[in-house]
Design a protein around this ligand. Structure first.
Ligand code: SF4
Ligand SMILES: [Zn+2]
Length: 383
């Protein structure tokens, strides 16, 4: 005799009811399809595209749509406070949108912003200011300075500024986060320069005389902090900072590549233009601001994309075309060129992997038993 057990839960003889079993099979099929769908969506490419799109949208929402445009070159007399007293050549490349060889340290930027907004701002608000002092998130400065050799303009935004009830600045701050502050005994010169630019700019704008600012360094691991109170030093401002800005303006006005002399020893290690400058491994040096370097494969995708979008004439190198075929399709590729036989080859016709030399060999010359390295016919890349 068959015993029906728990008809209510759709089981017979301890086995699922056939209709329920079908439903479960269908459900498990659906679940599998959903998991497969999710697996496809959870991809690095998808995240990258979402993140870029989000940044694009946020720039528009924040009223800074110009950050979405590539190819903007500021006037030679314009300087951002955060660029002051850095390697002239690095800033020259950066201001002319030379293609960067590394990604921006997004994580460090993100942490810096969060630390400033979520930790430092409330600290200043709750513990440092009171009934007659307030804290302002940031203040825009646009400071024109007449110097002996010409006009300079320093434009940018400050970090939190302590202000009076009329929102007149009392004490500007600059907040920096670092991997460690253990051995930090004094502020860096270029951070001091940045703070001086705030003091000078705010004094001019609000007709006050700011003589002190604060540099706060925070350790990204431990959240330990150290403060340096910096007095405005007229000699440092005029003889060092403004003279650096004048020199940088002259390089940009004359379109003259500055020498490869970093202001600090650490700069080359973190520089995004090492190959172009001559401190990398590609064998190139002192290259101008345009063109992707032949044979250099360290360019991150987003930097190539930015560079290609900044000018319709920009093309990929054949080496990068192999790495980023989608960009090759949308922006075009420099063909390979043989300087010996004058032949030009579409990048797709040359098997890049057939050789371990820096550049592939010319198949045309090879037929004549001659070894000729292919290159690209571009004055910039070969300079
Ligand atoms: S590699 Fe060094 S010298 Fe060259 S641009 Fe960069 S920081 Fe300056
Ligand atoms: Zn040839």
């Amino acid at each position: 005799m068959r015993t029906v057990v728990g008809d209510n839960d759709g089981q017979r003889d301890g086995h699922p009811h056939p209709q329920m079993a079908n439903e479960r099979e269908r459900d498990s099929g659906h679940t599998q399809a959903t998991v497969t769908q999710l697996r496809n969506i959870l991809s690095a490419d998808h995240f990258r595209d979402w993140y870029r799109e989000r940044q694009f949208r946020q720039n528009i929402e924040n009223g800074t749509p110009y950050f979405n445009k590539s190819g903007y070159v500021p006037d030679p007399e314009y300087h951002n406070p955060s660029n002051l007293l850095q390697c002239h050549r690095k800033i020259y490349y950066q201001q002319h949108n030379a293609p960067a060889e590394q990604s921006d340290p997004e994580g460090i930027f993100w942490f810096g912003t969060r630390f400033e907004e979520d930790i430092v701002f409330p600290f200043l608000q709750q513990e440092v200011t009171g009934s007659d002092r307030y804290v302002q998130n940031s203040v825009w400065i646009d400071h024109s300075i007449e110097t002996e050799v010409g006009k300079l303009r320093i434009k940018g935004t400050t970090d939190p500024v302590i202000v009076d009830p009329d929102a007149v600045p009392i004490l500007p701050t600059e907040i920096k986060t670092k991997s460690s502050i253990k051995d930090l005994t004094s502020p860096s010169r270029h951070h001091k320069a940045q703070l001086h630019a705030y003091m000078a700019g705010l004094s001019d704008e609000y007709d006050v005389d700011l003589t002190e600012g604060v540099l706060m360094y925070a350790d990204r691991d431990s959240f330990d902090v150290v403060f340096f109170h910096v007095d405005f030093d007229e000699e440092f401002w005029k003889d060092i900072v403004l003279s650096w800005a004048n020199e940088q303006t002259e390089y940009r006005l004359d379109k003259n590549l500055p020498p490869a002399v970093p202001e600090s020893s650490w700069e080359c290690k973190y520089c995004s233009y090492q190959e172009r400058c001559g401190k990398g491994n590609s064998g190139h040096s002192d290259l101008g601001v345009r063109g992707l370097i032949l044979g250099c494969t360290t360019y991150p995708r987003e930097k190539i994309s930015e560079y290609l979008q900044s000018d319709n004439d920009n093309r990929l190198t054949p080496t990068l075309a192999g790495l980023y075929p989608q960009l090759a399709d949308s922006h075009g590729v420099h063909p390979w060129y043989c300087p010996d036989c004058d032949f030009i080859f579409d990048w797709k016709t040359i098997n890049r992997m057939s050789t371990n030399r820096t550049n592939p060999l010319c198949p045309n010359c090879a037929k004549e038993n001659s070894l000729s390295e292919l290159t690209v016919q571009s004055p910039v890349l070969n300079s």
